[in-house]
Design a protein around this ligand. Structure first.
Ligand SMILES: Cc1cc2nc3c(=O)[nH]c(=O)nc-3n(C[C@H](O)[C@H](O)[C@H](O)COP(=O)(O)OP(=O)(O)OC[C@H]3O[C@@H](n4cnc5c(N)ncnc54)[C@H](O)[C@@H]3O)c2cc1C
Length: 447
């Protein structure tokens, strides 16, 4: 890696690929699934019987054993005990429609379920619901090279789509640490963002068409992959981000992008948060960033204690920014370097390091990607908050003041996607405090 300042001593050559993490969590707002009314168990059995006897479902498409109920009844949130009545695995849009129609007939609540990596309990079934898992609808369908579009089923894993795009010499840019487990249906349900939002936007931006089964059991084909479509309302956008409350997504037409070239990563150390924002503005004036992530020294402390990654610099700074940009041509790299130097001259940046290869870029990304997993041992109280990018410094200062005033012993760990104003606030549980006391205490901060 290239050292960007005199004081930097770190030069890791470890060529470990960035692993997609499938655990730890980055947000914690909570739906209360326990508010649903428990369904009549006889009605559930009647529905399940009807699926196999009258609607062509195989026995393997229905699970009611305890282990399966436990497994498919929960997501990454730990607040609610899973207690669904059954899990149903449809294999087609028509089968989803059948389940929805029967559920309406028998008054049973359904819970659409993707990879269950959500952190807001959206996919939790804790009160006798029937879970509709899209696990068996995971086929990649027709690819349209001229449209740079592919039709897929909702159960396709995010990483599988990324790999398909790569195999076509293209790129699917929605990416985050749970991409190895999350499904496109879940990404659409949550309008997922991630580490590339600053350049490529949220999931919504990549959806050219949807097939959904509505709560009434109608099948809707929305937008059919068109770019220009002036025939009526664009209902597709109502379903994106609606978390399965309006219907179940069964297929999607996904736009793909050209592959980025020579992605280069810089990690910069700064001592004041305002400087992080000034660095963001300065770089954005000069080059197109594909990521601008930040994390604080508490995160780096925990990473170093866990021994997961190398210390980026000899001297610790209070804040760190991870920038990524395409540098296919020399002049872009020159601009990036000139911008870095300007940031140093202005006294905003204390230290910096830049990748010289894909492996080094992956190594630097670990500094950001491993944080969730590393701090999960501290039972963090998590918040996933979004504010205007311009309001981020004041917001962080306000929160720190509240937490420090109320709980001087609590450690706060900040990280997140500054590029889109999406911050992850983590209050770490002191070792000597019980989980129950900790949860009770942070309610004040929550307010
Ligand atoms: C380590 C980690 C990092 C993460 N980072 C990010 C991040 O950077 N940005 C981000 O946005 N999220 C992030 N998440 C949260 C989560 O991964 C995303 O919200 C993801 O989109 C959820 O997809 P899923 O398939 O797991 O959905 P699930 O958790 O299964 O479901 C999420 C919601 O969508 C609904 N749903 C699922 N499938 C369908 C369907 N076919 N039709 C209709 N509704 C459906 C569910 O009912 C539920 O309400 C992260 C999670 C983890 C664990």
């Amino acid at each position: 890696m290239t050292t960007l300042s005199k004081t930097n001593a770190s030069d890791s050559n470890n060529a470990t690929d960035l692993q997609t993490q499938t655990h730890a969590s980055e947000q914690s707002s909570v739906n209360d699934p326990s508010l649903h009314t428990a369904p009549d168990t006889q009605a559930v059995q009647t529905l399940l019987d009807a699926l196999t006897t009258s609607h062509g479902f195989e026995n393997s498409q229905i699970k009611t054993d305890t282990e399966s109920l436990e497994h498919w009844g929960k997501d990454w949130t730990k607040h609610f005990a899973p207690a669904p009545s059954a899990i149903v695995f449809p294999k087609s849009t028509e089968q989803v429609q059948t389940v929805v129609q029967l559920a309406n007939e028998h008054g049973i609540v359904l819970k659409p379920s993707g990879g269950r990596t959500g952190l807001s309990a959206g996919a939790v079934a804790s009160n006798g619901e029937i879970v509709i898992s899209l696990d068996k609808m995971n086929r990649i369908g027709q690819f349209y090279p001229a449209d740079r579009m592919v039709e897929i089923e909702a159960g396709v894993i995010t990483e599988q789509l990324q790999q398909f795009a790569e195999d076509q010499g293209l790129y699917y840019p929605v990416d985050f640490a749970s991409a190895g487990s999350s499904q496109i249906g879940g990404n659409i349900g949550t309008n997922a963002g991630g580490i590339k939002v600053i350049r490529y936007g949220l999931t919504r931006q990549w959806i050219l068409g949807l097939t959904v089964v509505t709560g009434k059991g109608d099948i809707l084909h929305l937008n059919n992959g068109m770019i220009k479509n002036a025939t009526g309302y664009d209902l597709r956008h109502l379903f994106i981000g609606s978390e399965g409350t309006l219907g179940i997504v069964t297929h999607a037409q996904i736009k793909l992008e050209r592959q980025p070239q020579n992605l280069t990563v810089m990690v910069l150390g700064m001592d004041e948060f305002d400087h992080v924002m000034q660095v963001l503005s300065e770089f954005q004036k000069q080059i197109d960033l594909t990521a601008f992530e930040f994390f604080d020294s508490v995160a780096v402390d925990k990473l170093m204690q866990a021994g997961h990654v190398q210390e980026p610099f000899e001297t610790r700074t209070k804040y760190y920014a991870l920038l990524e940009f395409e540098a296919p041509y020399e002049p872009i790299m020159d601009k990036a370097m000139a911008t870095f130097e300007a940031c140093m001259e202005n006294g905003w940046v204390v230290d910096g390091v830049m990748s010289q290869s894909i492996a080094q870029a992956a190594e630097l990304w670990k500094l950001r990607e491993y944080i969730s997993e590393t701090i999960s041992v501290f039972t963090p109280y998590k918040n996933d908050v979004s504010v205007l990018i311009s309001h981020v410094p004041q917001f962080i200062a306000d929160i720190e003041a509240v937490v420090t005033a109320n709980y001087p012993d609590f450690e706060i760990c900040w990280f997140g996607h500054i590029g889109d104003g999406n911050l992850h606030l983590n209050i770490l549980k002191p070792e000597d405090l019980s989980k129950a006391d900790f949860i009770a205490k942070f309610q004040t901060v929550n307010e």
